[in-house]
Design a protein around this ligand. Sequence first.
Ligand code: P6P
Length: 333
Amino acid sequence: MTEEPQFDEGTTLDRFLMETLRTYPGATGTFVNLCQSIALAGKMISARVNRAGLAGMLGATGEVNIQGEFVQKLDEYANHTFKRSLEHRGHTCMVVSEEDEQPSLVGEQWHSGRYVVTVDPLDGSSNIDVNATIGTIFGVFRRKSEEGTQADLKDALRPGTELVAAGYIVYGSGTLLVLGTEAGVHGFTLDPVVGEFFLSHPHIQLKPGKIYSCNEAYAKKWSEGIQTYLGLCKDRGYSARYIGSLVADFHRNLLKGGIFFYPATKKDPEGKLRLLYEAFPLAYLVERAGGAATDGKMRILDRVPTDLHERTPLILGSREMVEELTALTAQEG
Ligand code: P6P
């Protein structure tokens, strides 16, 4: 990477991508094209989320997805929109989505695509009907299989350390795209009037935190180490913040510092959250921003999924907080 470009207010996502691209001599523009496709999907989902109450898009479809969760109408729309924005551009060969049991493979004419995208199209969708913040979470791998051939599971079942980019689009009081690459973590705010994402949060770096995010209703089911840490947070007078939407809780902690934990319980030893398209992308981002992410025993990015929809306990946020909690749980059986 040659010398880093300088950006000012009013930098659009496209300009950021093109100027960053120029610092990578071997770059072909395919990754930029992929990011633009993701941004387009984000704009379309944002527009629909913001009008859900008016467009008959609230509520469930009556179907149940692979996760055994009721599919919300917006889940279906977000999944369809995200995949369509990727499948016909020549940059993506496979999409792994929370909403689909099997990966979506692009048509033969697109087998040249060099990227595999994992996605939770609309995380937190149980909050849609109450107008709480929700979001799209995505991760990007370069394929391992030969370009020009059909992608397969080995392109997705791989350690999180092989991610080349990750990000999320959070649909809250505004719509924000947070994109992490080896060039760092940057946030872009959508101006819906002009339909452009503008650089609003350059070089996001995690501060030490005094916020803890967890669903305390389950506290009695957690291990002793987790319960000890919860007690320490209270003794220290930390603030409790929990929206019940992973992407919203993560985003607040990324900007303000803090820790999010959704541990295993005896009933759910693997936890609730998904490794490949929730934990991996957020772990990639948090590490790029100077934080840490573990499953209570090991670094999340070192995990290798054996199933596309594998669950994991998740602890992530400010590095010192994650390390202190993980030290309390790592010794437990
Ligand atoms: P609980 C939303 O349904 C979700 O998948 C995540 O976005 C969120 O962090 C978690 O579940 C909330 O789970 O058990 O606290 O309601």
